[in-house]
Each structure stands twice: as structure tokens, then as C-alpha cells.
Design a protein around this ligand. Structure first.
Ligand SMILES: Nc1ncnc2c1ncn2[C@@H]1O[C@H](COP(=O)(O)OP(=O)(O)OP(=O)(O)O)[C@@H](O)[C@H]1O
Length: 552
């Protein structure tokens, strides 16, 4: 038993040793396990750290890859730029090379031009010196021209003074003669009786027609002063012999058929100016029917054909305007009358043709004389345009009258009167002038007008003849008065002379324009008219006086 006990004790001791050993093994295992867990944690931490590092590295790699791509792209662009730059450089090189060649050429040209310039400079110097010499010459010539112009102006002034003196010595009546051209409808072929235009012949219409006896044989020998007119006529004697006669006439001015309205007006513009200076001016158109009186006085609608009335009126307005700067102010008024069968009619009336009775009243003061006609329209005029309207109205009134009685216009006298009153605001002077423009009735004789058989025509013609011969008598009496002193002037013998009394005296300036037809058929009438005009031309009616009053 003891052995057993010993054995159990031994086994127990073994068991205890083994339990101790197991406990220590367990503790060791626990420690190992703890170490293992720690190591696992560390491994995990390390793994995670590595994973983070890997991720960072990958991102870094991606970033680097992107940067690489960008750099590659930049590199590619830079290469392209470089390539372009290369091309540009190469182009520039070729341009430079061309330019160099061109520069060489240009240099050569510049050199040549320099040579040329030097030559031209030399020429220019020569020309400049010539020009300055010429300029000096020209200045001297200009001075000389100015001197000559001044001399010419002075000579013109003297000429005008002399002209005026001659006018005054001769008296203040002048006569112009104007021959109108042959009109297209007057070119009648003797064989066919048809009209033809003058452009169809190479010769001048007048000479061509002269041969055929259509145009009168008229000559104008005075080519310098245009003062003479010569008519050649032929008649058969009782014995059947042809007798040729030459009729010479001379006037203050003769206008050939080619003369224009402006040529005629040039000669009378001074008269128009005179009425602004306070003169009474009277311009008559005299001549047989169809000789061009109305054309001369009233004219056509264009500037070239405009007659003496509108031209004179324009001139009066122009002259009055020019005197404005010297303190003159003018008032103008106009009237337009017709004298038909010794009755005065107002051509500026309205409505029915004038049936009023008009009387002529003369007013005389110490310094002026004026004429008024009762109950007529006197229009204040401020512009030439108003005068044109006035003339148009007068013409339409005449047309109305003409339809009442055939050809009446050529059977009446028309008298346009422009009255001008001026006053000078500086000197206080006043002046009154008048411009009478008279289109006389046709001057043809009784038998040639075919009026002898017609009672009305006969009366008209007798009245016309009476008034025209009264006009001649007045002018003749004025001439005698000039030579012998006081004499009765028969103004009252006709309405025409009585109306124009104040403008037909020693104190006024009178111009008669004798109008002539160029036709051979009118030669007889033309000669009668020329003789009458010569009588007028030989009359002296004293010296015209201005109607000027000083300041009161
Ligand atoms: N210098 C001229 N140039 C061109 N035509 C003219 C000229 N003179 C007159 N005439 C023309 O001759 C014709 C007759 O002229 P105008 O009527 O002026 O004559 P008149 O003498 O006034 O006649 P009337 O006594 O019948 O009025 C008109 O057709 C006119 O246009």
C-alpha cells in the first residue's frame, strides 16, 4: 500500500508538475497569442500604411502621367510653332534676299535720280530766275494795265461828259432806228407761194430774198458808229424808164436786223438811270404796224428777248438800289394806259373793260411838274417782279380789248409810266423822275392800211394820224422854242401829247425808236417813217433838267 500510496503520491506529484507545466504552457501560449495579436495589428497598420502609400504613389503616377501628357502636348505645339517660325524665317530670308536685290536696284535708281535731280535743280534754278524775272515783268505790266485802265476810265468819264454835252447842245431828243429781221413766215417763194425756212439756203435770208424782190435794198454803211442807213428804191418814170434813187438817213444810232434787245438797251440804259437822278424820260417806239414796236418795247418772255420796258425797269431798280448806300431811298409806282380813238383807258383795271372817263391833270411846283390821270389804278412797285405782273395784267387787258375789236392793239398807243420819288436821308434832298415808255399806234398811211372804205377803221386811222402829227408838231414847236425863245407848244392837240406834256419839254430826255420793216413791200412806209424821224432828229429841245429839291 505504501507503494501504492507512494505511487499515487508520485503520480500526484507528476500531475502537479504537469499541471504546473500546463499552466505555464498556457500562460506562454497566452503571451504568444497576445504577441500574435499585437503583431497582427502591426501588420494591419503596416498593410494599411502601405496601401495608402501605394494609393498616393498611384495618384502621383497619374499626376506625373498627366503632366507628361501636357508636356508632350506642349512639346508638340512648340514643335509646330518652331516649324512655323522656321517657315517664316525661311520666307523672311527669301524676302530679305529679294529686298536686298531690290535695294541694290533702288540704290542704283536713287543714284541715277540724284544725278537727274541735280540736273533738274539746275534747270529749276534757271526757270525760277526766269519766272522771277517774268513776275517782275508781269507786275510792271499789271501796273501799266492798271494805269491804262485808270486812264481808260478817265477817258470814259470824259467821253460821257462830252457825250452829255453833245446831247445837251443837240437838245435832249434822240432818235434810234431799228430794222427788224425778216420773219420765217415772210420767206415766201415767188414760184410756189410757200413759206420756207431760212436755214434751207446757204446764203443769208436777206440777200437771197433781196434778189427775189422780197426784202428791201437796205444798207448800213457806217460800220464804226452805226449811225447811217441807206435805202435804195427804183421807180418807173412816165416814159417807162427805170429810175433808181438812193435815200440816205442818219440817226443817233441805227440797229441792223441782227441787233439784239440787249444791244438796243445798252444804248438806252443811261436814260433809265437818269430818271433815278430826277429826270423825266420818254421813250417812244414809232413805226408802221408789224415793224417791231411791241417787240422792242415789251419783247418776249425769255431773258434774251425781254424788251425795253422790263429792262429799263430792272435798270431803274438796280440804279436805285446802288444809291441806297449814299442815303437815297426811292418809292416807285406804275400805271399803264392806252389811248384809243382819243380816249384814255386804264390797262390795270379789273373786271369789265374800262368805261370810266379819265382826265389829265398837270401839277406844277417851282421845282417840279407832274401829271396825274384821274380814276386810274396806280400800283406801288417794290420789285421788278411786281412790274412783270403789272405788264402781264396790262397785256391781258389789251387782249380783252383786242377781242372786242380786231387788231385794236396796233391801232392804239400804250403808255407805261414809272414814277420815281427819291429822298436822301443824309442831305435831305428830294427828287422826282419819271420814265414813260410809249408803244405808238401803227403809223401807216390811210390808203396803205386799207382803211379808206371802213368807217371805224377810217376814224381810228384819222385819230392815229392826228395824234402822231400832233406829236410831230409838239416836237417841232419845242425845237422852235429852243431857237427863238418862248413859243406856244400845242400839247392839247392830242391826248397823247397832253398826257406826256411834262415828259416832252425842254426839261426832259426823249428818245424815239423808229422801227422799220425790212420788206420791200413796206419801202414806201419805211421812207415816210424815216422822213418823220429825221424831222424829229433835227429838232433841238433844250437842256434836260433834274427835278431835284434841296432840304426844306
Ligand atoms: N428784232 C426782232 N427780232 C425778231 N422778231 C421780231 C423783231 N421785231 C419784231 N419781230 C417780230 O415781228 C412781228 C411784228 O412785231 P411787233 O408786233 O412788235 O410789231 P408792231 O410794230 O408792234 O406791230 P403792231 O403795231 O401791230 O403792234 C412779231 O411777230 C415780232 O415778234
Amino acid at each position: 500500500m505504501n507503494a501504492e500510496r507512494a505511487k499515487v503520491a508520485e503520480l500526484q506529484a507528476d500531475h502537479r508538475a504537469l499541471s504546473r507545466e500546463l499552466a505555464s504552457s498556457k500562460a506562454a501560449e497566452l503571451d504568444k497569442r497576445r504577441q500574435l495579436v499585437n503583431s497582427s495589428d502591426e501588420i494591419e497598420k503596416t498593410r494599411m500604411k502601405h496601401a495608402r502609400e501605394i494609393m498616393e504613389l498611384e495618384m502621383d503616377i497619374q499626376k506625373r502621367a498627366r503632366e507628361t501628357r501636357e508636356l508632350t502636348e506642349e512639346l508638340r505645339c512648340a514643335k509646330e510653332d518652331l516649324e512655323r517660325e522656321r517657315e517664316v524665317v525661311s520666307t523672311l530670308k527669301s524676302t530679305v534676299s529679294h529686298q536686298s536685290t531690290a535695294q541694290i536696284t533702288l540704290n542704283a535708281q536713287v543714284n541715277a535720280l540724284q544725278v537727274e535731280k541735280t540736273a533738274l535743280q539746275a534747270q529749276l534754278d534757271a526757270v525760277t530766275s526766269t519766272v522771277s524775272q517774268r513776275t517782275l515783268d508781269q507786275q510792271a505790266a499789271m501796273r501799266r494795265i492798271a494805269e491804262l485802265e485808270a486812264e481808260a476810265r478817265e477817258a470814259e468819264l470824259i467821253r460821257r461828259k462830252l457825250h452829255n454835252m453833245v446831247q445837251e447842245l443837240k437838245g435832249n431828243i434822240r432818235v434810234f432806228c431799228r430794222v427788224r429781221p425778216v420773219l420765217p413766215h415772210e420767206f415766201v417763194s415767188p414760184s410756189t407761194g410757200l413759206s420756207r425756212s431760212d436755214s434751207s439756203s446757204g446764203r443769208s435770208p436777206n440777200s437771197d430774198n433781196q434778189d427775189k424782190g422780197l426784202v428791201a435794198d437796205v444798207m448800213f454803211p457806217d460800220k464804226r458808229d452805226h449811225r447811217e442807213i441807206v435805202l435804195n428804191s427804183s421807180s418807173s418814170s412816165a416814159m417807162g424808164q427805170e429810175r433808181k434813187e438812193v435815200h440816205n438817213f442818219s440817226f443817233d444810232r441805227v440797229f441792223e436786223p441782227e441787233s439784239t434787245q440787249s444791244d438796243v438797251f445798252e444804248e438806252i440804259s443811261l436814260l433809265a438811270q437818269s430818271c433815278v437822278d430826277g429826270y423825266n424820260v420818254c421813250i417812244f417806239a414809232y413805226g408802221q404796224t408789224g415793224s417791231g414796236k411791241s417787240f422792242t418795247m415789251e419783247g418776249g418772255a425769255t431773258e434774251a428777248t425781254m424788251g425795253m420796258i422790263p429792262r429799263a425797269v430792272n435798270e431803274v431798280f438796280r440804279a436805285a438800289q446802288a444809291l441806297n448806300s449814299k442815303g437815297w431811298e426811292y418809292k416807285m409806282e406804275g400805271q399803264f394806259l392806252e389811248i384809243y380813238n382819243e380816249t384814255i383807258n386804264d390797262l390795270l383795271g379789273k373786271g369789265e373793260f374800262d368805261k370810266k372817263k379819265h382826265d389829265i391833270k398837270h401839277e406844277k411846283t417851282a421845282t417840279s411838274a407832274s401829271t396825274r390821270v384821274t380814276d386810274v389804278n396806280v400800283m406801288p412797285l417794290h420789285t421788278p417782279r411786281e412790274v412783270t405782273a403789272l405788264l402781264r395784267l396790262a397785256n391781258s387787258r389789251r387782249t380783252v380789248a383786242a377781242t372786242l375789236m380786231n387788231e385794236r392793239s396796233s391801232r392804239s398807243h400804250s403808255v407805261f409810266t414809272l414814277r420815281i420819288c427819291g429822298s436822301n436821308q443824309y442831305t435831305g434832298e428830294r427828287c422826282e423822275g419819271s420814265l414813260n415808255l410809249v408803244d405808238l399806234a401803227g403809223s401807216e398811211r390811210l390808203n396803205s392800211s386799207g382803211a379808206a372804205g371802213d368807217k371805224d377803221r377810217l376814224k381810228e386811222t384819222q385819230n392815229i394820224n392826228r395824234s402822231l402829227s400832233a406829236l410831230g408838231d409838239v416836237i417841232a414847236a419845242l425845237g422852235e422854242k429852243g431857237e427863238k425863245g418862248e413859243k406856244h407848244i400845242p400839247y392839247r392837240n392830242s391826248k397823247l401829247t397832253y398826257l406826256l406834256q411834262n415828259s416832252l419839254s425842254g426839261n426832259s430826255k426823249t428818245l424815239m425808236i423808229l422801227n422799220l420793216s425790212p420788206l420791200a413791200a413796206h419801202l414806201g412806209e419805211s421812207l415816210t417813217s424815216l422822213r418823220f424821224a429825221t424831222k424829229v432828229n433835227n429838232t433841238t429841245i433844250g437842256t434836260a433838267k433834274k427835278q431835284v429839291r434841296g432840304a426844306s
